[in-house]
Design a protein around this ligand. Structure first.
Ligand SMILES: [Zn+2]
Length: 467
């Protein structure tokens, strides 16, 4: 018995739920008349388990419901080991015109971005402890809080998953998926909607959460610094201090963006469904008042499904990997994705607080190396820093941030938009037809092995005429 089709994918529109991984890849389908005969089908081999688990292939791990059906004949592409030491394989059988998968790539992708594995994880603090922590937080001296976090990290160590500082699991899955799709079509290359506008290799956004009124005053200096290197950024404001309207006007007139950092700096928004629904109208009012299109949750607390109901066009609360937050985890994606209609922009650089205060780094080295790695994946580089005292409000930390800006400004062919422009772009790309001139096409090429998959930007793609 064969399982359901995975990524059979010519659906471009319509009411049917679109495959989220197909949306990320954005293959430009060939004209219908080019298909000579029946093409190879990509399918999950047999019935899947009821519960998801880890499938591990060397350094790569994914979380999905495995199909344990033994497929005989054909050629094995990848073998995955399960926690019980059994193995399952992806294989192609030209005789049967079938590419058999031991899991659904779309499901694995959804599980990454929604951090589904955390349901079975004991890391971090329980909700009860978190509530207690936040009730008591104002009474705990800041230094003691920092000390407590350091102890927790020392005791638990860095997790195996997501990897820190960088986890490229979604990029790995995307390459695997592209490989399977192309091999099934009998092709070695195909056009796809390039990740970024024009021929940009990657994108960089700078975002700040403003924790205090003093932080907002210091935001002006930070904006000066960024402008010096050709950047504009976003400042996410909280409702727990007075926002000086003169400063806001100055920032927006200079092309900076204002976003939301919530009504209270605690876990209340996501503490219960009732609390979420109670705060939402006030958030909407605040967004309208500030002209804000984006949101980052205080301390990056989140409930994945609810992010799609925020009164904004994008959210940036999910780390790609951040084991240092009170709600540790990560979506493992260096690309934006959708939660309902809301675009999620994962942050991909370690936070200033993590780097300088928790880990005691004395340079921008890790930020710069991480940037290079994300650019190599053609991903979104997103820095999350704070203008406040104790963060970039301190001279030494701001100097290191300057070093990052210098390194970023020296990168070539990198898109440097505002966060809201990335969100708008991601929606445009997602809905673009093949002939949309605003969306250029890259080429995905596959080699012999599943590890040989390359995403080539439009400028290098021979098939695409110069724009
Ligand atoms: Zn904050």
């Amino acid at each position: 018995m064969m399982g359901q089709m995975a990524g059979s994918g010519t659906q471009q529109s319509g009411a049917r739920e679109r495959d989220p991984l197909e949306r990320l890849l954005g293959l430009v389908e060939p004209p219908a008349d080019s298909a000579d005969g029946e093409s190879t089908r990509l399918q999950v081999a047999g019935r899947r388990d009821d519960l998801p688990t880890w499938l591990v292939s060397e350094e790569w791990r994914l979380y999905a419901r495995p199909s344990r059906e033994m497929v005989t004949g054909g050629r094995e592409i990848v073998r995955f080991e399960l926690p019980d030491r059994t193995a399952v394989s992806a294989s192609i059988d030209p005789a049967r015109k079938a590419f058999f998968l031991p899991f659904s790539p779309a499901e694995a992708y959804s599980n990454y971005i929604a951090e589904q594995w955390t349901a079975n994880s004991r890391r971090g603090l329980s909700p009860g402890l978190l509530n207690a922590f936040y009730r008591g937080k104002r009474f705990i001296p800041r230094k003691a809080q920092i000390h407590g976090r350091r102890l927790l990290i020392r005791r638990q160590g860095l997790p195996d998953f997501p990897r820190w500082p960088l986890d490229t699991s979604v990029a790995r899955l995307l390459r695997f998926y592209a490989y399977a799709r192309l091999l099934a079509r009998g092709e070695s290359e195909a056009e796809f909607r390039w990740f970024w506008p024009e021929r940009y290799k990657a994108a960089v956004i700078l975002t700040h959460d403003v924790e205090t009124g003093e932080g907002l005053r210091l935001a002006v200096e930070l904006a000066d610094l960024e402008q010096e290197y050709g950047f504009r950024s976003s400042f996410n404001l909280g409702a727990w201090y007075d926002a000086d309207s003169g400063i806001l006007r100055d920032l927006t007139q200079r092309g900076f963006e204002i976003g939301l950092h919530g009504l209270r700096h605690d876990r209340s928004l996501f503490s219960s469904r009732a609390a979420f629904e109670a705060q939402r109208p006030q958030l909407r009012e605040m967004a309208e008042r500030l002209g804000a299109e984006g949101f980052r949750s205080p301390a990056t607390y989140r409930v994945f499904e609810w992010l799609g109901e925020l009164p904004v066009s994008y959210d940036c609360s999910i780390p790609h990997s951040d084991p240092f937050e009170p709600q540790p985890g990560g979506c493992c994606s260096v690309w934006p994705f959708f939660v309902g209609e809301v675009v999620e922009l994962p942050y991909t650089l370690p936070q200033d607080y993590t780097l300088f205060t928790l880990l005691g780094n004395r340079s921008a080295e890790l930020w710069i190396r991480q940037t290079e790695a994300v650019v190599k994946e053609h991903g979104l580089v997103q820095a999350l820093t704070h203008p406040d005292p104790g963060y970039l409000g301190d001279r030494d930390k701001r100097d290191r941030y300057r070093d990052l800006l210098v390194a970023l400004s020296e990168l070539e062919a990198i898109w440097k938009p505002l966060p809201r422009e990335v969100a708008a772009w991601w929606k445009l790309r997602d809905g673009a037809e093949a002939d949309n001139s605003e969306v250029s096409h890259g080429v995905v090429r596959i080699g012999e092995g599943v590890d040989e998959v390359e995403f080539e930007p439009p400028s290098l793609a021979a098939k695409v005429p110069p724009a």
